[in-house]
Design a protein around this ligand. Structure first.
Ligand code: PRP
Ligand code: 7HP
Length: 181
């Protein structure tokens, strides 16, 4: 285990089993269609890659990068698009892929933004859900795991840009935060 990690919440095997399960559900639900997976950078890159690899239907992938809001913007729910999709999603079946939903502000904004582009359908697939942190109501269509209100890293999720490479999801030791505070 990485020395900065206090405990492992979800080990590699558990994550990969859930990814296979979600991929199977998506492959069944979108049978006969070719959905577009929209990977929200950076956190969702690993989940999206593993998910797509386990799907048994043809799918395309596109990427968006969203600014992380400061405290002031957080209350207004305003998010900024740093990198937009390369292609139009008009008439497409869209699945937004996220590593985590916390306040719900990011996905709430994205839903409105993407719906205005008139996709045939729009659903959301998140690996982790922290329902206790929600500031705006949002229920993702596909959820891997519900997690408690602890700051987690690994499998794409970062603290200060680090720990994304870990194959498991864990809770950081408090002294790591204190060092950066
Ligand atoms: C994280 C995560 C979601 C968002 C969820 O992104 O990937 O996009 O926060 O939080 P919310 O539900 O409170 O809006 P982050 O800003 O950490 O950027 P990153 O993916 O580049 O690490
Ligand atoms: C964003 C985020 N990034 C990493 N770990 C968490 O627990 C997080 N919540 N919201």
């Amino acid at each position: 285990m990485h020395p900065d990690i206090a405990k492992i919440l979800l080990d590699e095997q558990t994550i990969q089993a859930k990814v296979r399960e979600l991929a199977a559900r998506l492959s069944e639900d979108y049978k006969g269609k070719s959905p577009v997976l929209i990977c929200i950078l950076k956190g969702a890159f690993m989940f999206t890659a593993d998910l797509m690899r386990q799907m048994t239907i043809p799918a395309r992938v596109d990427f968006m990068a969203i600014s992380s809001y400061g405290n002031r913007a957080r209350s207004s729910g305003v998010v900024q698009i740093l990198k937009d999709l390369d292609s139009s999603i008009e008439g497409e079946h869209v699945v937004v892929v996220e590593d985590i939903i916390d306040s719900g502000l990011t996905l709430n904004y994205l839903r409105e933004n993407l719906l205005s582009r008139r996709p045939a359908s729009l659903r959301t697939c998140v690996l982790l859900d922290k329902p206790s942190r929600r500031e705006v109501p949002y229920t993702p269509d596909y959820v891997g795991f519900q997690v408690p209100d602890e700051f987690v890293v690994g499998y794409g999720l970062d603290y200060a840009g680090l720990y994304r490479h870990l194959p498991y999801i864990g809770v950081l030791k408090p002294e790591v935060y204190q060092k950066h505070a």
